[in-house]
Every structure is written in structure tokens, then in C-alpha cells.
Design a protein around this ligand. Structure first.
Ligand SMILES: [Zn+2]
Length: 529
């Protein structure tokens, strides 16, 4: 019996206990057993991963690689027997961008090759260029006047030079290695239905800007303008991470004419060059960068495929994750493995021949890395917000999202009342042997770090899956090390099993998940992201 019924029953048992009783969720043990067997015996996870990473990676939004990956998903899921597979367009508004070649060498005072990645949506070099370096220490938290003086003082210095931005970060040697699996007791405590401990998503508003200080994003924008106008040959940023890790993001304007050729260099090489310059030596680098832009990338796509429902086919339960990646590796843990896991979950259901009452829809988003853009566009187009809903809003059964690397699923959090979590908790309880320990409810509509929050924001039951960290935050997330080799197949199999079972439950039960009543629905947060 559910813990919450006890006080309620003592008060009302004499009258009408059944009318207040939240029934124990019925779980189909036979289907759950078939899910386990299919997941273990016929896993397609590594095949899917190989295509998404080795064949089509990296998958930057708007790039031809990503579109090819999405077209492959449509073909592959059709081969499995899924229906209605297609690419759904949304307006990205920026060209696609691909780095095809990059080499960085120091040619004076020593000769060596250096490790760097291109910053996305920056231009390439015109052939191979050789130029001296100059270090630019941009003042921190400058006022308008301080920043203007800094640009004036350095205009002549950067012309024709390679600008290295800032002193190298001092990255301390790691003494304690981060924990790769969470302890069962910690996870159990997080999902304790009576008294959950911490966990969940951090919220809160960004700090208010300091008066008189130019905000960091404006400093960055003005620095880009300055380097272009002053005729800098190229720019080098310090990756600032240990063990050669590089995280390369993008020129925020997405316009290659508004930046100079830019690379992010591993901290070890950046430090070496900086120390040579600090000795008073003249450092010269040779750069070859070939980048291409694709205007057709302005239309980006989400990819969907379905198992059509039967008697409740107009009601939909969804599962997915983002298929776009950053560009400095093949995006294996972020988020090819999430796509492979969700594709596997729906493949398993198709393979064991379930006839779901509701339609089960796989959706793989793009534009996630630029701010959940694909899932935002999809929710807006198909469901609308709870304040201004489209008809499909009321018929939506839930959206499961996975996006935290290769680690096995340890729990979930669903947007809605505690009873929504109770239903999912009971449906997934048989998977405790896989280390899956429960489901919490969240009432936050704040747009967060991944696509489930696009659904939460709209007042829909978005379901975020929490996972073991493995090497995600410490090594692979957004880095040049995010490759096929970092995947643990067994973990992804275990995730796929529990997700398939939970999806099946929502596709079969008589009622949709309970939602927050109107008077309990939190207002839309004023600041998102
Ligand atoms: Zn991601």
C-alpha cells in the first residue's frame, strides 16, 4: 500500500475509502520480461551509436552531417517497422557550419605541432598563414571607459598578429578522481517518496549586473568587433582544462564575417606559448583552417518516428533526446548515446510486438546546444503553452528525455503532481536490480539544461532521466574527447529497458498522467535560461 494512503484511510475508511484511494499501478510483468530479454539479446545500441558518431559525427545544428544522421534515423527506424518517420523543419535562421581541416604549429622559437579546435561559426584562414602572437589581457569587469581605452591601446599591436586572449588558466593537478557511479544509498535517498534529499535541477536567476560594468557578453561582442576592425590575423583562446581537454563552442553571432579565424587551444600548449612570450621571445604560429558554411542550414530539423496507437491513437507518449552535438568530437556521450538509448527503447517495444493504446513517438531534437531551439519550436507548434494550449496539449501523455552521457538511468523526475511520480515509480520499481531507484515530481517550469524542460515550461509532463555520471562532467561533456570509446553499452541497455517499460505503461494505462490543477500550476518564470 502506498505510504500516503495511511492517514487518509484512517480518516475516511468508514465512509468511502475507495473514492480517495489512489490505486496501485498495474504493471504487465510479462511485457517487462520480454523488454529485458530483447534489450539483452538483440541490442542495436552500438550499431546506432556507430552510425551517429563514426559515420555522421560531428552533428552541429544546420550542418549537412546532422541532416544525413537524421535521414539515417528515418531509414533505420523504418527498417525496424516504425511508422511516420520524417524530418520536421524549424527555423534556425543561421547557416550551417563545418570545420574540414585544422592544423596549428609553432614555427618560432621552436617547431612543434599544437592541439586546438576551431570555434564554430568563425571563418577559416586564407590558405596557410604565419604570424606573430600577441597576448591580450582584457580587463575583467571593465567600465565602458576602461574597455574603450584598452581597445585604443591595443589597436596597433594586434594588426596582422595572432591574438592570444588572456593569461593561461592555472589548472590544478587532480588529486581526487571524481566518482563515476553514484552510491545506491544516495540515489535511494534522492528518490525517497516520503522525504527526498536534494538532487534535481538547480534553479535561480542569474546575478544582477553590477552597475557601471559592461556585461561579459557585451565585452565578448566588442572584443570580436575590435579584432576584426583592427585586422588581427587570428585569435587563440585557452581551453583552460586538464589533460588536453578542449571545449569549443561558437561565435555567438553565428556570422563568420563578425569574427577572425579562431581556435581554442589545449591549456598545455597555450601555457607553453605564454611562458615563451613571458621570457621575451618572439613566438610565431602557422595556422591552416578550412571552414565551410551552408546557407541551407537556416532550416533545421527535428526527426520523429512512431508506433501508432490503437484505441487512444490521438493521445501521444513521447521519448527522445537531442541529436545535434558540438563539433570538436563525434558527440558520443552528448548525445548520440541518448539517441541510441531512446531509439533502442522504441525498437524493443516494436520488436516484442506490443500494440500500444496510445501512439508512441520518438523525437530527436536539433538546436539543443544553442538553447533547446528544436524542442522549443516543436512544443510551440504542436502543443502550445498551458496558458494558450492547442488541442494536442490535453491529449499528451508525457515526454521522456535522456541527455547526461552513457551512465545507466538511476531515477526520473516528472513535471506534475506527486501522483504522477507515484505512477511512474510503481511502473519502474521492478528495475531496482538495475540500480533504478525511483521517480520524483517537480513543479519547476524553468527552462533548463535539456529538452524535457521545454515540455515542463509548457505545463506538460516532461520526464527528465538522471544517470550515473561516469566520465560525463569530468571528461566528455562538450569536449574533444567525446567519442565512441567512452560508451558503456551495458549501462545504455539498462537505461533502454527501464525507459521502454515506463513508456509502455503510459501508453497502456486507462488515464493520462495526472496534471497540476489550474490553481497549482506555477506561473511561467520571467527569466528563462
Ligand atoms: Zn546534451
Amino acid at each position: 500500500m502506498n505510504y500516503r494512503l495511511i492517514p487518509v484511510l484512517t480518516l475516511t475508511a468508514l465512509f468511502s475509502a475507495t473514492s480517495v484511494m489512489v490505486a496501485q499501478e498495474k504493471v504487465d510483468k510479462d511485457v517487462q520480461w520480454k523488454i529485458r530479454r530483447e534489450a539483452t539479446d538483440n541490442s542495436q545500441i552500438l550499431r546506432t551509436l556507430h552510425f551517429l558518431t563514426d559515420v555522421y559525427g560531428p552533428r552541429l545544428t544546420g550542418s549537412p552531417n546532422l541532416k544525413a544522421a537524421q535521414e539515417w534515423v528515418v531509414e533505420e527506424t523504418a527498417r525496424w517497422g516504425l511508422k511516420n518517420g520524417k524530418l520536421e523543419p524549424w527555423n534556425f535562421g543561421h547557416p550551417g557550419w563545418v570545420n574540414e581541416k585544422l592544423s596549428v604549429h609553432v614555427v618560432s622559437p621552436v617547431k612543434d605541432s599544437l592541439i586546438a579546435e576551431a570555434l564554430a561559426w568563425t571563418p577559416g584562414t586564407t590558405g596557410t598563414i604565419t604570424a606573430q602572437t600577441v597576448q591580450l589581457n582584457v580587463p575583467s569587469q571593465p567600465t565602458k571607459e576602461v574597455l574603450a581605452k584598452f581597445f585604443d591601446d591595443n589597436r596597433a599591436k594586434v594588426k596582422g598578429k595572432i591574438a592570444m586572449i588572456g593569461a593561461p588558466a592555472a589548472v590544478p593537478v587532480t588529486i581526487l578522481t571524481p566518482q563515476k557511479r553514484r552510491e545506491d544509498n544516495d540515489v535511494r535517498a534522492q528518490y525517497d517518496p516520503v522525504n527526498p534529499s536534494g538532487g534535481g535541477f538547480p534553479g535561480g536567476n542569474p546575478p544582477a549586473p553590477t552597475p557601471g560594468v559592461v556585461p561579459a557578453n557585451q565585452v565578448a561582442e566588442q572584443l570580436d568587433q575590435f579584432l576584426v576592425a583592427a585586422g588581427a590575423a587570428a585569435r587563440v583562446n585557452d581551453a583552460g582544462r586538464e589533460h588536453g581537454q578542449i571545449r569549443a563552442f561558437n561565435n555567438r553571432t553565428f556570422d563568420v564575417t563578425k569574427a577572425v579565424p579562431t581556435v581554442v587551444m589545449r591549456n598545455e600548449d597555450y601555457g607553453r606559448l605564454s611562458r615563451l612570450m613571458a621570457d621575451g621571445r618572439t613566438v610565431e604560429l602557422e595556422l591552416t583552417i578550412v571552414n565551410k558554411t551552408y546557407p541551407e542550414g537556416a532550416t533545421a530539423y527535428n526527426v520523429v518516428a512512431e508506433i501508432p496507437g490503437t484505441d487512444k491513437a490521438d493521445e501521444v507518449v513521447m521519448l527522445g533526446g537531442h541529436i545535434d552535438s558540438w563539433h570538436s568530437a563525434t558527440g558520443a556521450t552528448d548525445n548520440a548515446i541518448g539517441c541510441a538509448t531512446m531509439m533502442e527503447a522504441i525498437r524493443i517495444l516494436q520488436a516484442i510486438g506490443v500494440k500500444p493504446r496510445r501512439t508512441i513517438r520518438l523525437a530527436l531534437w536539433s538546436g539543443e546546444e544553442q538553447g533547446l531551439l528544436g524542442s522549443q519550436a516543436y512544443v510551440k507548434e504542436h502543443f502550445g503553452m498551458v496558458e494558450n494550449p492547442k488541442p494536442a496539449h490535453a491529449k499528451f501523455a508525457g515526454y521522456f528525455n535522456i541527455d547526461s552521457g552513457t551512465g545507466r538511468a538511476r531515477g526520473m523526475s516528472v513535471f506534475g503532481p506527486p501522483d504522477a511520480a507515484k505512477i511512474l515509480r510503481e511502473a519502474t520499481k521492478p528495475f531496482e536490480d538495475n540500480g533504478f531507484f525511483g521517480v520524483n515530481a517537480t513543479q519547476s517550469r524553468r527552462r533548463g539544461g535539456t529538452d524535457s524542460t521545454s515540455f515542463n515550461e509548457a505545463g506538460l509532463p516532461g520526464i527528465g532521466i538522471q544517470q550515473d555520471p561516469i566520465e560525463y562532467n569530468s571528461h566528455t561533456w562538450h569536449t574533444n574527447l567525446d567519442t565512441y570509446e567512452r560508451i558503456i553499452e551495458r549501462d545504455a541497455q539498462q537505461s533502454a529497458m527501464v525507459i521502454a517499460a515506463a513508456v509502455y505503461q503510459l501508453a497502456m494505462r486507462d488515464q493520462l498522467l495526472p496534471r497540476l490543477p489550474k490553481d497549482k500550476m506555477p506561473a511561467l518564470p520571467t527569466t528563462t535560461q
